[in-house]
Design a protein around this ligand. Sequence first.
Ligand code: NAD
Length: 407
Amino acid sequence: MNSLYENTLTILDRTAKLIQAEPAIVAQVREPQRIIEVHFPVKMDDGTTAVFTAWRVQHSDARGPFKGGIRFHTNVSLDEVKSLAFWMSMKTAVVDIPFGGGKGGVIVDVKRLSPAELERLSRKFISTITPVIGAGVDVPAPDVNTNAQIMAWMLDEYEKISGRKEPGVITGKPLDLGGSAGREEATGLGGAIILKELAKKLGKAPEETNVAIQGYGNVGSFFAKFARGFGFQIVAVSDSKGGVYEPAGLDPEIVSGIKKEGKSVADLGQGEKISNEQLLELPVDIVVPAALEAVLTGANADRVQAKAILELANGPTTPEADDIFAKKGIVVVPDILANAGGVAVSYFEWYQNMHGEKWELARVRKELEEKMVQGWSEVSNKSSELKVPLRDGAYALALIRISQAMQ
Ligand code: NAD
């Protein structure tokens, strides 16, 4: 099986050929500009010292400062961080915001840390990479298992070292420290805006479009709420413990209520209980992977019945599955467009910090809608012009923009 990064290069190489990109530029985009590997000590509550391994991968700053989240997870690897950094460069180019791409990851099981240990680890990691970040250099943000509180500790540590206020060094901050209204909901809302465009392309009204969502965390839950608000029928949802299928439709507020009680969506007591694998193969109009990487593969793509896939997770479809979907005429809206709402609002946050502004939620939502609709129409036009699927159109658009900046 190919590594995640090899899979990302398959798409890059196919696109480079398609648009006859300059070989020297492709050679540069194939590898990150800089990989920083660090090993750092953290004092644990019991008095011992543990050493952690982490990376900051700076893929490309051709179009602006490196931009990308920091992930805390036991499965973090250099291969994964490189892939995520590469996707960030493509994503920022597709929605045309003045950033490049980067990503960070720490190998750690956060469930085993006390709050004090988590704070010391967050501060120590950011102090270790302080020399290579900055508001005009590289701007981190939250990702899996990191949140606004952790961004606040990191900002505080960075500012203590640099001796000056620089809120634009990190996004996803609490509102009182320069965070933006609408950042938490942004990826889900951006996905729901793209869903409306996708339904138009399929020639279906929202009320007659059924949607199944895998994953009900930050992205999946906000997506469900906004999609339902736009009139779509949410007929299946899942989380790591399993899911439910209710053809008559589910109420996202009730599903979120169950999650707030600390239970699984599988305990909803409505509809039929299903597995995560079954959710992807349901007879629905649109399947939305919003949890993990590589869930649609050569092994299950043939059984997918949906008319379209809307990728809100990063990297949920392998190249083998993509080929099968293309043959079956299933439309795939690629992650680098569909889930770009988060980084778009991160850009709005950074912009507000750099200009000393504070935007109302209504303005953030309006600017997000404009960015997403523009991204959708530019990707659609590029894929029609080149007569290729949306993913290839999105990569072509990104690669052209990055190439122009490099040249
Ligand atoms: P999250 O941790 O808030 O939620 C993840 C969800 O996936 C949870 O409901 C969890 O129960 C579920 N899950 C975990 N393992 C699963 C499994 N085996 N099968 C089915 N579901 C499972 O994370 P999130 O922030 O919502 O991110 C979800 C995806 O979206 C990730 O791929 C992430 O990289 C991507 N993404 C997130 C953002 C963002 O702004 N949060 C932006 C772009 C992309």
